[in-house]
Design a protein around this ligand. Structure first.
Ligand SMILES: Nc1ncnc2c1ncn2[C@@H]1O[C@H](COP(=O)(O)OS(=O)(=O)O)[C@@H](OP(=O)(O)O)[C@H]1O
Length: 297
């Protein structure tokens, strides 16, 4: 069956991400729950973070929220990938956006858009000049992160869990039908986006770099969005306990939710090699497509 077949099975409950919560009281969620400040209104997003799931989408959104010219939707909206939301129409979508001033851009993130069959066309139909942000990380690392999330979701709902290796290897060969593997075929998904959007409307954020040197990646995004540089190194501090950078903004410090940055299982070396070699060709084709290389295995 084609890749699309497996991706359409996305909605199975056990694979659903946990509902995301806003990390701090100074996010736009808090802002939008307030009464409408004079001179503001709700706008459909001029920029959308379309994925990828487990790429670092929440970190990217929260870090962009530092910028005074950016307001962000606090929750994942799933407008373009879930039919039951899409049929509610653009006004429904707009009403979920925070209030913004004229000099601010609205950003929402829904990681599921990247692998959705319908999202590219639907987003294009809404606004053909929208700017898209896609945050990607090493595809094998992304599979392990995806597995880890489902693992914890299942533990929390008292469902049985399987070892990573037992899902990924079936009858001695790589189980390429595993949805987490399908989601890491970046070239397959990117092809659909490029049917509707030019590369000059798309900016790819390196999720591995965002973890290590967030400022560097955010400055590139500021430039892509034609925003004045406002995000600075003092907006970040490394939290030793969490093992990740956290955010300092408006006199407050905040780290992402504990479900972000969870330890991954140690994966058998042979299995890792099988994954690396499976993705290698796809990565090469992706680099060509976007005219950009990444340090993936
Ligand atoms: N600063 C900071 N703090 C915490 N976590 C960070 C940060 N920057 C990037 N990341 C990485 O973000 C990964 C989660 O990605 P997403 O937010 O896209 O996940 S989701 O699809 O919305 O569930 C998450 O994946 P895991 O490490 O597997 O938990 C992190 O590696």
């Amino acid at each position: 069956a084609p890749v699309e077949y497996y991706l359409q099975q996305n909605a199975s409950l056990q694979e659903m991400p946990m509902p995301e919560v806003a990390v701090a009281s100074n996010t736009s969620d808090y802002y939008s729950s307030q009464s409408q400040p004079p001179g503001t209104s709700r706008h459909i997003p001029q920029t959308i973070i379309v994925g990828v799931r487990k790429g670092g989408t929440r970190a990217l959104l929260e870090m962009l929220d530092i910028h005074p010219n950016i307001v962000v939707a606090a929750t994942e909206v799933h407008f373009f990938d879930w039919d039951e939301n899409y049929i509610k129409g653009t006004e429904w979508y707009r009403n979920l956006m925070p209030f913004s001033y004229k000099n601010q851009i609205t950003i929402e993130k829904t990681p599921g858009y990247f692998t959705s069959l319908h999202a590219p066309k639907r987003i294009h139909d809404m606004n053909s000049s929208v700017k898209l942000l896609i945050i990607l990380r090493d595809p094998t690392e992304r599979v392990i992160s995806d597995y880890t999330q489902v693992y914890y979701n299942r533990l929390e709902s008292h469902k049985p869990v399987q070892r990573f290796e037992d899902i990924v290897i079936k009858n001695g060969v790589l189980n390429t039908k595993y949805k987490a593997i399908q989601r890491s075929l970046y070239d397959v998904h990117m092809e659909r986006w490029l049917k509707y959007f030019n590369m000059n409307q798309i900016h790819i954020v390196d999720g591995n770099t965002l973890i290590k040197t967030p400022l560097k990646e955010l400055q590139k995004v500021e430039r892509f969005l034609n925003l004045p540089p406002r995000i600075v190194s003092s907006n970040f501090y490394f939290n030793q306990t969490k093992g990740f950078y956290c955010i300092r903004s408006d006199g407050k410090e905040r780290c992402l939710h504990e479900s972000k940055g969870r330890p991954h299982p140690v994966v058998n070396g042979t299995v890792l090699e099988q994954l690396y070699s499976y993705f290698r060709e796809h990565n090469r084709s992706f680099y060509k497509m976007v005219n950009q290389s990444f340090n993936w295995h």
